[in-house]
Design a protein around this ligand. Structure first.
Ligand SMILES: *Cc1c(COP(=O)(O)O)cnc(C)c1O
Length: 380
């Protein structure tokens, strides 16, 4: 642990210590291309721990979202409902297929897609709903699933931040037609860059393998189900190399411990910041009763931008990296060009202006007390 004079970073990637051993093992065995033994272990672990029908590693969550758009045969003219308060990849994956993202406002409590505003955004062109589980807290999947069934729409869960989170005890990413995870360095379980596609509807399983392997049936060939492999349909290379999977496997083996540590840090903030919330300094995050989160993110919500920025500047001046989050997609140049808003984006704009994210990483130790102390000094 570094000394008190050092900056407290917003994120610090956690290594378990076994990553290099696994990578050396792959090196020794001469297994470098994708879909080797470590990839296989990661797939089985993901399927077992989530209950998804099929899990496939990808080189990013972005890639998994792009696979989902291909699998759903998204075409020019189609519309896809999603929040504007999200990362660009949620929209890009569908824009790449020529579709129009239709942005729906978020809820003021969880910052998740407001399920009560989805139906007003549905037209005869709508093909899918893409809920994003912000901060690892699940959207109202009961209602979203019901709306999707009523209107015959696919659901793609952008669960980039929500690996090992659950809704009514069921894993995030397993409610939709498909779900996607990210193993980017800034997420909970990491491989630098990395991701996974969870396929829950068996009609898409075989094509998912094909699209991921350059449009070929190489996966079946490897399983000796066909005696040669050929070009079957449109696809690309979405799989990570085996060294990435070797790294990731070390993380998966310790996933429970990593999540527990993050949740403990999350609870520490929540406990120690309660008084300041009671005094009206800011609001703490809301976790609905149906949701079990994964300690991905701790944030404060201020009344307005000026107050948020003042606190952010103060923390930064004390060596603490606290950061804001998304610039809403509907107000970004590409979002205006490719997408449209369904209705007013009141809560989206407010989240963009009023949220401040606090440092949260594994083994924070005294750094957490320091963050709380600096906040307390500011408000007293
Ligand atoms: C991180 C993130 C992504 C992108 O993940 P990559 O693995 O970096 O491609 C997509 N959506 C959301 C909501 C994210 O937080």
């Amino acid at each position: 642990m570094k000394g008190r004079e050092d900056r407290i970073p917003f994120n610090r990637p956690h290594m378990t210590g076994k990553e290099l051993y696994n990578i050396a093992n792959s090196h020794f065995e001469g297994r470098l291309a994708g879909d080797g033994p470590y990839t296989e272990r990661c797939h089985r672990w993901l399927e077992k721990s989530t209950g998804a029908r099929q899990a496939l590693l990808t080189h990013s969550c972005t890639a998994a979202l792009e696979m989902a758009a291909l699998l759903l045969d998204i075409e020019p003219g189609d519309e896809v409902i999603m929040p504007s308060y999200t990362f660009v990849s949620t929209a890009n994956a569908f824009v790449l297929r020529g579709a129009t993202p239709v942005f729906v406002d978020i809820r003021a409590d969880t910052m998740n897609l407001d399920e009560s505003k989805i139906e007003a955004a549905i037209t005869e062109k709508t093909k899918a709903i893409v809920p994003v589980h912000y901060a690892g807290v699940c959207c109202d999947m009961d209602r979203i699933t019901e709306i999707a069934q009523d209107h015959d729409l696919a659901v793609v869960e952008d669960a980039a931040q929500a690996m090992m989170s659950s809704y009514r005890s069921r894993a995030a990413g397993t409610f939709g037609t498909m779900g996607t995870y990210s193993f980017h360095e800034t997420k909970n379980i990491i491989s630098g860059e990395g991701g996974a596609l969870l396929v829950n509807d068996k009609r898409y399983c075989q094509r998912a393998e094909i699209i991921r392997e350059k449009g070929t049936d190489r996966s079946r060939f490897f399983r000796h189900e066909v005696d040669k492999y050929t070009w079957q349909e449109m696809g690309s290379s979405f799989l990570p190399g085996e060294l990435i999977a070797a790294f990731l496997w070390a993380q998966m083996e310790e996933a429970e411990r990593i999540i527990l540590d993050r949740k403990t840090s999350w609870a520490f903030y929540h406990h120690h910041l309660k008084n300041m919330e009671d005094q009206g300094c800011f609001k703490r995050p809301t976790i609905p009763a149906e949701c079990d989160h994964n300690g991905h993110m701790y944030y404060l919500v201020f009344d307005h931008l000026e107050q948020r920025d003042k606190v952010m500047a103060h923390l930064n001046s004390k060596g603490i990296d606290a950061v804001f989050h998304y610039i809403p997609l509907h107000s970004s140049p590409a979002g205006q060009r490719f997408g449209r808003v369904s209705e007013a984006m009141v809560n989206t704009d407010r989240a963009s202006q009023c949220i401040l994210r606090l440092p949260l990483w594994v083994n924070m130790g005294w750094c957490q007390e320091r963050v709380c102390d600096v906040l307390e000094d500011f408000f007293s």
